[in-house]
Design a protein around this ligand. Structure first.
Ligand code: DC
Length: 222
């Protein structure tokens, strides 16, 4: 049986950075499930569909082929055979991802894909509902969080480093809006699994956060 580590938490808590580092340390693959929702959101935007229009998005799913591939341990996401790993990172794609992720048919569409990857590989999977819905049997569950201001600061710096224009106040406002959407939707809202270990990364650097997670993993797996 494969070993699965679920890392859930709000946007900007550092899930992907931590999950990637933990996966590397353990020799597991890292699966970023947000990329799947982003690919669906991007697909809706490109088709001129309002990402919050449940009926229109649901109808479009039949024409969407979303795949994850792993090259040298790096995840790439494909939309109808096109590698969209970079195009899904814009603020527009983030908002579209948040909107489509509230649509039950979208979650259903992506559910099996996530299950299959976790069944086939030892992995660290990050998202919002991994420990609660996708992998309730994961051997380790972490709920990673940080203050909204710290998360917005990190996201702002990330965008800046990539040369994407943004200002801190709107990144913070967008972050709070996404937190609200993700936590208050009817289906698979962001909430910690009962058996998740909480880690608050506010004020911790990457190394300190990774160390904390690794110590939880060791405690659970050894
Ligand atoms: O982690 P991220 O920012 O790339 O996620 C993009 C959006 O997708 C986010 O607003 C919430 C949603 N999402 C989700 O609902 N469930 C997941 N497992 C992962 C992401």
């Amino acid at each position: 049986m494969s070993i699965n580590i679920a890392i859930d938490g709000p946007a900007g808590a550092g899930k992907s950075t931590m999950a990637k580092a933990v996966a590397k340390e353990l020799g597991y693959i890292y699966v970023d499930t947000g990329a799947l929702y982003r690919a669906v959101g991007l697909s809706a935007l490109r088709a001129g569909i309002d990402p919050s229009d449940s009926d229109a998005v649901t109808a479009a799913l039949g024409l969407m082929r979303v795949e994850l591939k792993f090259k040298d341990g790096e995840q790439r996401v494909f939309l109808n055979r096109e590698d969209v790993s970079e195009s899904i990172r814009t603020p527009e794609a983030s908002m579209a991802a948040s909107a489509v992720s509230a649509i039950p048919s979208v979650r259903k569409f992506l559910f099996q894909l996530q299950k299959d990857i976790a069944a086939a590989h030892d992995c660290v999977m990050d998202g919002r509902d991994i420990g609660t819905v996708v992998l309730p049997g994961a051997q380790v569950k972490i709920f990673l969080t940080a203050s909204p201001e710290e998360r917005a600061r990190r996201r702002f710096n990330e965008l800046k480093a990539k040369g994407i224009a943004a200002d801190y106040e709107s990144v913070l406002a967008e972050m709070k809006q996404r937190d609200y959407n993700d936590a208050n939707r009817d289906i698979a809202p962001l909430k910690p699994a009962e058996d998740a270990v909480f880690i608050d990364s506010t004020g911790l650097n990457i190394e300190q956060s990774v160390e904390k997670i690794i110590s939880v993993v060791k405690e659970k797996l050894l």
